[in-house]
Design a protein around this ligand. Structure first.
Ligand code: NAD
Ligand code: MG
Length: 387
């Protein structure tokens, strides 16, 4: 029986994780869970999974959650301390880090320090503070299992091989809903158009990141830290069918890839049950139904966010944290209808231009850079329409 804390249980990854837990009550037990604002769903999850502790992101929501959970035996808490309490609950062996954005940083760091293994969906932790997280993983002797489908694919393709034999990592990208949209039309795409991902069903923020291709930039950084491979050895291939989830090329010219129907339940289950595998109900793959699997290079001019991510990676130090913060603010503004699609890269670029990269030695320093990036991006958003 593996005891779990699930951070972000009401999100897309959180809900899929709970589906797996529900299918294997003899293998998994939820000790703690956390959520942001969807209190009704959270209360239903608490009723179904009976965690010992449940934490809401905002302490102000504690009374309402208590009301919704009346009659249920559960310790209800909230705010950052509540999230940390859930992440470090004594009985938990593994923490599923599925909060979206840099908000996942502090509870995930607390979980590592408490000796919990991590199933990592929250890529923003590695984007903003990859070097510190990887040091902590070693220092506290915990295991880190990727949930992101590309990184799970690399993880599966790398097993049993020596890191010095890796030639390169090839991350695949669907290209999102605008892969075939002429660049000129990107100026007028709507929130609904951007949320209409062709292959994956995901939370709103990552779906927009997929439409701008910032998601792949974040994933290059995530891979760089997870697998300790320099970015020069990480390629991105557009693969619109999303059947090959990523590949590893070895120095002898052999390439190992992981394939499957695009469904996050597969990588989530593997992170939870590693090294065993469990049936997930994911539709099996019938390659004969595909007329072709295609690959090509991404267009960094059309998808400026991916180009900006490469710039941030090159600048290093605090720049990826600032880029990530600006992206979170710009995506939120786009989702709320305050800016247009092409203003997302504008805001990120102007925030990065205003930033002087510097070394980050602690999580507190990462949080300061994150705050700086948010404030600057908000100021740029408020300043009217960038060119
Ligand atoms: P989501 O928006 O569907 O869910 C996010 C969860 O975090 C929710 O439970 C929400 O209540 C909670 N949350 C939001 N803001 C919070 C805050 N400030 N403090 C505490 N909790 C907060 O997101 P998702 O799509 O499930 O993605 C979660 C993470 O996993 C992201 O980092 C994303 O990049 C990564 N990821 C997701 C997918 C996917 O298929 N959805 C795939 C790969 C990686
Ligand atoms: Mg991914």
């Amino acid at each position: 029986m593996k005891h779990l804390s699930i951070l972000g249980s009401t999100g897309s990854i959180g809900v899929s994780t709970l589906e797996i837990v529900a299918a294997y009550p003899d293998r998994f037990r939820v000790i703690a869970m956390t959520a942001g604002r969807n209190l009704d769903l959270f209360a239903r999850q608490i009723r179904q999974f009976s965690p010992r502790i449940a934490a809401v992101a905002s302490a102000q929501d504690i009374p309402r959650l208590k009301e919704l959970c009346s009659g249920i035996k559960v310790e209800i808490t909230g705010g950052v301390e509540g999230l940390i309490a859930a992440a470090t609950a004594d009985e938990s062996e593994m923490v599923v880090a599925a909060i979206v954005g840099a908000a996942g940083l502090v509870p995930t760091a607390a979980a590592i320090k408490a000796g919990k293994d991590i199933a990592l969906a929250n890529k923003e932790t590695l984007v903003t503070a990859g070097h510190l997280f990887m040091e902590m993983i070693t220092e506290y002797g915990v295991k880190l299992y990727p949930v992101d489908s590309e990184h799970s694919a690399v993880f599966q393709s790398i097993e049993g091989h020596r890191s010095e034999d890796i030639g390169k990592i090839i991350l695949t990208a669907s290209g999102g809903p605008f892969l075939n949209t002429p660049t000129a039309q990107l100026a007028s795409v709507t929130v609904q158009d951007a949320l209409n991902h062709p292959n994956w069903s995901m939370g709103r923020k990552i779906t927009i990141d997929s439409a701008t291709m910032m998601n792949k930039g974040l994933e290059v950084l995530e891979a760089r830290w997870l697998f300790d491979v320099p970015v020069e050895k990480i390629d991105v291939n557009i693969h619109p069918q999303s059947i090959i989830h990523s590949m590893v090329e070895y120095i002898d010219g052999c390439v190992i890839a992981q394939l499957g129907t695009p469904d996050m339940k597969a990588p989530i289950a593997y992170a939870l049950s590693y090294p065993e595998r469990v049936a997930t109900g994911v539709k099996t793959l019938d390659l004969t139904t595909f007329s072709g699997l295609t690959f090509h290079k991404p267009d960094l001019i059309k998808f400026r966010c991916l180009g900006l991510a490469y710039q941030a990676i090159k600048a290093g130090e605090s720049m990826p944290a600032v880029m990530n913060a600006a992206n979170e603010i710009a995506v939120e503004a786009f989702l709320e209808g305050r800016i247009r699609f092409l203003q997302i890269p504008e805001i990120i670029e102007r925030t990065m231009d205003a930033h002087q990269a510097h070394d980050l030695k602690t999580i507190e320093e990462v949080l300061l850079s994150d705050r700086w990036g948010r404030d600057k991006a908000r100021e740029i958003c408020r300043g009217g329409t960038p060119s």
